[in-house]
Design a protein around this ligand. Structure first.
Ligand code: NDP
Length: 447
């Protein structure tokens, strides 16, 4: 990744001030790699330490989360909330519960979120949070006690006009419900707009659950459309089998594509007849079990423990599990097997080397901050419905989501062309989002 010489001191400072935070370094490098062209066209953005301020979170909160397990033992986890940038609106971004969570991962996610939220065109700033708590194998009671303890500290830092979290890995409707309940109890306020991804009975939005996976699929469909192609008749691999993956699989099938593989952190399944989504939902959403069970039910499918889902030949790949899950080697395998498009459902799932391999091979590549923005865009629609005490139909909400995704696609494509790199969605997404945040920051003065 080439970084313009005007920007290399900024990167050196970020690496120095945030030592050991590899994922955060990676995310900053990728954005700075695109901003050389902006600094050349609008030199004022390289002044006033604007880019330096963008790389420094406005606030970072780290806290103890004590809770009691089913055996009566006291457990301690660590909670995080990084409020990255509020130039465009209240901080907005999900909470992740996964044992790998640390401040560097939350910072990378908060940084990405700032740009993603800007791309939606909605009035939301960027933030992210979570905990190193591992929900796997925990009872409902343990999950509830953990969520209540987590919110007991976090609630001081939230508010519908301050900071509005949502879900992410390990945080779905159940966890949001427990956290909203505890927030309401602590504040004695029914402030629906303080969390998104809520259940439909207490202020949630229709289509929010589906939004990230659906949105990523809409984005890739638009991208394929620029080459006169579509999902129809295509073989597709989608990694993960969580919220994003499940609803990507659903929409791809609606668009006539055939998803032949999906995964979890233990292994992947291949079903050449097309993944039976009802079965995946039953295994993952209802029973919260492992994807290996799919092959136990479907004799035509097979399960591969470990290994790489990207070994499966596919026309379109949608990595939708976690960061850096698709390496340079995986990218070369996909290219050799004829992949034509890759859409990041997850945040930063492709390593920088993988992105380079795809772009050099002329594969259409959609970066996560653009492709997976449908989730947060629909969260902003949930906030709108909460503010007006309204509730829209599924069709109305999905139509708004489809519109937002089309706009994001077109803005990324147009910006890439304007800055001399047609077809480079990474550059287009980074520049289009940077310009929106930078303009607002400039207007607000040195804060
Ligand atoms: P879920 O927790 O619902 O699902 C995550 C899936 O990814 C699971 O199948 C999980 O497997 C797998 N996974 C998680 N960690 C790893 C790992 N280290 N290695 C391999 N597989 C792993 O999360 P979401 O679907 O919500 O999130 C997936 C990605 O999408 C994340 O990058 C998230 O930041 C991003 N995203 C999510 C949005 C949302 O609205 N939910 C919005 C925008 C982006 P297992 O069950 O074995 O852990």
């Amino acid at each position: 990744m080439h970084i313009d010489e005007k920007l290399t001191p900024i990167l050196a400072e970020v690496l120095h001030r945030n030592a050991g935070e590899d994922e955060f370094h990676q995310a900053v490098k990728e954005v700075l790699g695109s901003l050389g062209r902006v600094a050349a066209k609008h030199p004022r953005y390289a002044n006033g330490a604007l880019i330096e301020r963008l790389c420094e979170p406005e606030r970072q909160v780290i806290f103890r989360v004590p809770w009691v397990d089913d055996q009566g033992q006291v457990r301690i986890n660590r909670g995080f909330r990084v409020q990255f940038n509020s130039a465009l609106g209240p901080y907005k971004g999900g909470l992740r519960f996964h044992p790998s969570v640390n401040v560097g991962i939350i910072k990378f996610l908060g940084f990405e979120q700032t740009f993603k939220n800007a791309l939606t065109g909605m009035p939301i700033g960027g933030g992210k949070g979570g905990s190193d708590f591992n929900p796997r194998g925990r009872s409902d009671g343990e999950i509830m006690r953990f969520c209540q303890s987590f919110m007991t500290e976090l609630h001081r830092h939230l508010g519908e006009n301050v900071d509005v979290p949502a879900g992410d890995i390990g945080v779905g409707g159940r966890e949001i419900g427990y956290m909203f309940g505890q927030y309401k109890r602590l504040t004695n306020r029914y402030e629906a707009g303080v969390l998104t991804g809520k259940g439909l009975t207490y202020g949630g939005s229709r289509a929010r659950t589906e939004a990230t996976g659906y949105g990523a699929t809409y984005f890739v469909q638009s991208m394929l459309g620029t080459k006169g192609q579509s999902f129809a008749g295509r073989r597709v691999s989608v990694s993960g089998s969580g919220n994003v993956a499940i609803y990507a699989i659903e929409k791809i099938a609606e668009f006539g594509g055939k998803v032949v593989a999906c995964s979890d952190s233990n292994g992947y399944i291949v079903d050449d007849h097309g993944i039976d989504l009802a079965l995946v939902k039953e295994i993952k959403e209802v029973r919260r079990a492992r994807i290996s069970e799919y092959a136990a039910v479907k004799s035509a499918a097979h399960y591969i423990e470990g290994g790489s889902i990207w070994d499966v030949p596919a026309d379109v790949a949608m990595p939708s599990a976690t960061q850096n899950e698709l390496t340079g080697k995986d990218a070369r395998t996909l290219v050799n097997n004829g992949v034509i498009a890759v859409g990041e459902g997850a945040n930063m799932p492709c390593t920088p080397e993988a992105v380079r391999v795809f772009q050099e091979a002329g594969v259409l590549f959609a970066p996560g901050k653009a492709a997976n923005a449908g989730g947060v865009a629909t969260s902003a629609l949930e906030m709108q419905q909460n503010a007006s005490r309204d509730s829209w139909t599924f069709e109305q909400t999905e139509a708004r989501l489809a519109d937002v995704m089309r706009n994001i696609h077109d803005r990324c494509a147009e910006t890439a062309a304007d800055y001399g790199a047609p077809g480079d969605y990474v550059l287009g997404a980074n520049i289009a989002s940077f310009l929106r945040v930078a303009e607002a920051m400039e207007a607000l003065g040195v804060i």
